[in-house]
Write a protein that binds this ligand. Structure first.
Ligand SMILES: *Cc1c(COP(=O)(O)O)cnc(C)c1O
Length: 384
């Protein structure tokens, strides 16, 4: 027998009350009974995003919501600014290429955050840019961006600000309306605590005007169709068959989120990730994030001679714990311990212990127990 755990930055573990919801009979989606649940989910998502604007549900993983943002805002030939600090930032660039955008790419070295001054310069030099695409949290490197500062820059510019909050939302501070974010995209399998398969998009008034004018061909992911279905009756609806069971699960997860409150959830993630970070530092390991370390995961540089592809396989197959390795050019060089979503006091201890044991067994020069001790000390001091 082997007990299995997910300590990856998505998909994340799903609370038992949310799991059993999926075992309930499937409802027909065009019924008052289901639309009441849909309304509850949309309302809960407004709370999570910090917006009074409508939220649209996509039956897709997070990338579907990213593609929705691109295809509903950008015409071929339009100028856009892409701020990339890792693999998911590069995904914005790849999407922009597919849709024929005229792209200005602002990149930071992996491990660093975007510099708002660089975004400002790009906006000043490109008054015709229609949108800026960034990540709230760059999951591949474990670094978050200062969205509040970037939103201040786009507020006075023609361009709308599009934020991929797929891993960060539901874990770290985010205020769509208060900060002035124009388009937010998020996925269900990370901080929102349900399985993969749902994604969400919300647009500011400024962004909605761009959506209405955008001529790019689109059908399934057309936000105008989503808006029409949402608002044509008193009760909300989706243009296509709703992902009924996932939406039922999301309703239960959102009740948990509302009960804990956004602020308490952000605080919990900050402490759990700090406990992992301090544990890794106590072991003498180097963190990959050189600034703005993520709260949803901790990215760690492997000691010399350790291939993290082997480390991740060992931790998964021998210990039953799914962690993440490096993506793209960091493959084999870093490992990432998730503390995202349904995570609590003892999860960081397990993550750090597993990393210690695997590294030791692979021959790394570390003192076993040193990281866990520090992790426990942080938790005893800070976790309430
Ligand atoms: C997970 C993730 C995505 C991709 O989401 P999928 O659900 O795999 O399509 C995009 N951006 C960020 C920042 C992510 O963490």
């Amino acid at each position: 027998m082997k007990k299995k755990y997910i300590m990856a930055p998505g998909p994340t573990e799903v609370p038992p009350d949310v799991l059993v919801e999926a075992a309930k009979p499937v409802m027909h989606h065009r019924t008052p009974q289901f639309r009441k649940i849909l309304a509850e989910v949309l309302d809960g998502m407004k709370y999570v995003l910090g917006t009074t604007r409508n939220v649209y549900i996509m039956a897709s993983s997070g990338t579907g919501a990213m593609e929705t943002a691109m295809s509903n805002l950008v015409n071929a030939g339009d100028k856009i600014i892409v701020g990339s600090i890792g693999a998911f930032g590069d995904r914005w660039e790849n999407l922009g290429k597919v849709y024929g955008a005229n792209m200005i790419k602002i990149a930071a070295e992996w491990g660093y955050a975007l510099k708002p001054a660089d975004i400002k310069k790009a906006l000043d030099e490109n008054p015709d840019a229609v949108a800026v695409f960034v990540q709230l949290n760059e999951t591949s490197t474990g670094v978050y961006n200062d969205i509040e500062a970037i939103a201040k820059l786009t507020a006075g510019h023609k361009a709308v600000l599009v934020v991929d909050g797929i891993s960060g939302i539901g874990a770290q501070p985010f205020y769509m309306d208060k900060w002035g974010v124009d388009v937010t995209v998020v996925g269900s399998q990370k901080g929102l605590m349900i399985p993969p398969g749902l994604a969400y998009v919300s647009c500011s008034e400024k962004a909605w005007k761009v959506v209405e004018a955008c001529k790019t061909p689109r059908f399934y992911f057309d936000l105008k169709r989503a808006e029409k279905a949402l608002t044509k009756d008193k009760m909300p609806d989706t243009p296509w068959t709703s992902a009924v069971s996932l939406i039922m699960q999301q309703a239960v997860a959102l009740r948990m989120i509302k009960e804990e409150t956004n602020e308490k959830i952000w605080e919990r993630h900050a402490i759990l990730s700090k406990a992992v970070r301090e544990g890794m530092k106590a072991l003498g390991l180097e963190l990959f994030a050189k600034e703005n370390p993520a709260v949803v995961l901790t990215s760690v540089v492997a000691p010399k001679g350790i291939d993290t592809k082997i480390l991740i396989k060992k931790v998964r197959d021998e210990y039953g714990i799914s962690m993440a390795g490096g993506q793209g050019k960091m493959e084999g060089l870093i490992f990432r311990i998730g503390t995202l979503g349904y995570t609590d006091r003892f999860d960081p201890i397990m993550g750090v212990a597993a990393a210690e044991m695997a590294l030791k067994e692979m021959g790394a020069d570390i003192e076993i127990g040193k990281g866990v001790k520090t992790t426990m000390e942080v938790l005893m001091r800070e976790y309430k």
